[in-house]
Design a protein around this ligand. Sequence first.
Ligand code: AMP
Length: 214
Amino acid sequence: MKIVLIGPPGSGKGTQAELVCNKTGFLHYSTGDHFRAHIIQKSPLGIKIEEYVTKGLLVPDEIVLEVTDEFIKENNNKGIVFDGFPRTLTQAEGLDNILRNRMNQLIDLVVFIKLSQEEVIKRLSARRVCANCGTIYNLISHPPKFNGKCDNCEGRLYQRNDDKPETIIKRFRVYEQSLEPVLDYYRKQQKLQVVNGALAPDKVFEQIKGLLSG
Ligand code: AMP
């Protein structure tokens, strides 16, 4: 099965993708995580994309599709949850082409986790990430036990550069503009399902589980 999770930054896509993967054994493919890892490693790809990511701009479609093709080539016989991808119509069409060429398959289900701009700003400004193991906290809804320290590994918690307020608003605008054609594309294929991202994570997951079994 191939599933796409779409939603604004901070809608809990990553958390929900993890929950789905734990339940199903599918692979979690997050373009955002992938890009951040390359930036930290200062790899050639990381150097090429760092400026886009730090400024909250979309990485060019051809780079995103090249990286995705590579990933699918290596994992073509597995179930995959795509998280934060596709984000543009070109990426959605490109993903269908890759799946068709590599494995004669298409996307099975697209879940849109809907959340307002107000809620996005509130959530993202409170998000902190462990520099060591990547665990995500929220200072309001899921704070660490000790200030600035990860509960799992005592790693240092940091705020993503692109989670600063001015970048959050920019990311939301970028997301809105590029996403409408993607939603339309999947709506026409009758694959699009909408869930309410303002609910607690377990409630959002309940909705997604219903769609997976439906
Ligand atoms: P995310 O963790 O999904 O919010 O992604 C963080 C940043 O990575 C985004 O603001 C973009 O700069 C870049 N990025 C992640 N996924 C994509 C994508 N599918 N297309 C273009 N840029 C992306």
